[in-house]
Design a protein around this ligand. Structure first.
Ligand code: PMP
Length: 435
């Protein structure tokens, strides 16, 4: 009997014992193609030599030094590299151990920024419905999944959620994409005005919504308008790229495609590529300077901040991206994967939409292709597809629809960047067979 506390109490999971490129291998010797990179984590696959060597070298040199006493070479080098590539005036990197911690840190940093500037009443955080920002209480409060939130309510109370930019389900008939984007973004302004502009600290959103909607990017112009609104009312823009960042969409940072730069950017998952638990929060010079000139101390911290081994692994991940031109590869493979998915699944009676960017794709499952009526959530189609695909050697990430039946199930695909066209074709074929 296992003594590990599993995510789902009644599942009997195989034991993963090794990794080989895009494949995971279990104790029985079965091989699984990692079609979702875990949850958009394993962007380099599972046996990358450069990352393994970097981790070993760092363990030999120095495993750990608390950040109240020391900085470390890998953390400094990693921060330099991230900032050199970061959009806008992002200027400082705060390293944490994962995505929830990055979001939690961002929320507290936004709050402290306004405190330092003598605006303690700016406490309200606006997020979007059907979003996921993590599982710690602050990050869960930001998340817009009503069912997840309800179980632990009351969460952070000064929170509200506006509609996501989800053209597939929300665009009105005859409305242009541009008008839809502006209308949806304007909901932020309406919410800020409703709350009173001086009470809002920040707005948080994923540039490409991952787990909850299945690779849904905003329509062109949406984030430009969001940026304008945030600037107009002194509201900080936090972009959560925990899932969609680090090359996944064909850009190092997903927001590059939208042409906007946030005040705070959260990354994790692909940063350590699964080799080490690491996340980061990048913040603008203005925010850092406000803290430095004020109390001079960010009132937030964790024991494993800037962990040297994790930083060394992430540095090797970035080096691998550059030396193998992996982000270029994601851009090139993106349209290939899209064609394969559309060819295999585009006409399927239960596929309502296929959308994504780079190697980040969502398959919307519907009861009826013509009306796009969502699949009955009680029937759990995505979960069944996941189980059948897994029995055929493909790992994919299922998401159940909203429990109110308004939004349906979907499957998220996020294969390693090193996947080749034959393997991607196999993903599409196995998914079709599973469906
Ligand atoms: N934000 C987003 C957008 C995510 O997708 C996730 C994880 N799925 C998180 C935050 C939380 O990250 P973690 O699980 O590493 O805490």
């Amino acid at each position: 009997m296992s003594h590990v506390f599993p995510r789902h109490c009644h599942t009997d999971l195989p034991t993963a014992v090794s990794g080989d490129g895009c494949y995971l291998i279990d104790a029985e010797g079965r091989r699984y193609f990692d079609g979702s990179g875990g949850a958009a984590v394993s962007c380099l696959g599972h046996s990358n030599e450069r990352v393994r060597a970097a981790i070993k070298a760092q363990v030999d040199a120095l495993a750990y030094a608390h950040t109240s006493f020391f900085t470390s070479e890998p953390a400094e080098a990693l921060a330099d590299r991230l900032i050199a590539r970061a959009p806008g005036d992002l200027d400082r990197v705060y390293f944490v151990s994962g995505g929830s911690e990055a979001v939690e840190s961002a929320i507290k940093l936004a709050r402290q920024y306004h405190l330092e500037r003598g605006e303690p009443q700016r406490r309200h955080l606006i997020a979007r419905r059907q979003s996921y920002h993590g599982n710690t209480l602050g990050a869960l409060s930001a998340g817009g999944n009503a069912w997840r939130r309800a179980q632990f309510a009351p969460l952070l109370v000064e929170m509200s959620h506006i509609a996501p930019c989800y053209e597939y389900a929300e665009r009105a008939e005859g409305e242009s994409l541009h008008d839809y984007g502006q209308r949806t973004a304007n909901a932020l302004e309406a919410e800020i005005l409703r709350l009173g502009p001086d009470s809002v600290m920040a707005f948080i959103a994923e540039p490409v919504v991952g787990a909850t909607l299945g690779a849904v990017a905003a329509v062109p112009g949406y984030f430009t308008r969001i940026r304008e609104i945030c600037d107009r009312y002194g509201v900080l823009l936090i972009l959560d790229e925990v899932m969609c960042g680090m090359g996944r969409t064909g850009h190092l940072f997903a927001c590059e495609a939208d042409g906007v730069a946030p005040d705070i950017l959260c990354i994790a998952k692909g940063l350590g590529a699964g080799y080490q638990p690491i996340g980061a929060m990048l913040c603008s010079k203005a925010i850092y300077d406000a803290i430095a000139a004020g109390t001079g101390f960010f009132q937030h911290g964790h024991t494993y901040l800037g962990h040297p081994i994790a930083a060394a692994a992430a540095l090797a991940v970035l080096e691998e991206f550059e030396e193998q031109d992996l982000i270029g590869r994601v851009s090139r493979l993106g349209p290939v994967f899209e064609t394969l998915l559309r060819d295999q699944l585009g006409q399927h009676p239960h596929v309502g939409d296929i959308r994504g960017r780079g190697l980040f794709w969502g398959i919307e499952l519907v009861e009826d292709r013509a009306t796009k009526a969502p699949f009955d959530p009680a029937r759990g189609l995505a979960g069944r597809v996941k189980r059948i695909a897994k029995s055929r050697g493909l790992l994919c990430y299922p998401m159940p629809g909203t429990r109110d039946g308004r939004l349906g199930d979907h499957i998220l695909l996020a294969p390693p960047f090193i996947a080749d066209e034959t393997q991607l074709a196999e993903v599409a074929a196995v998914l079709k067979a599973a469906l």
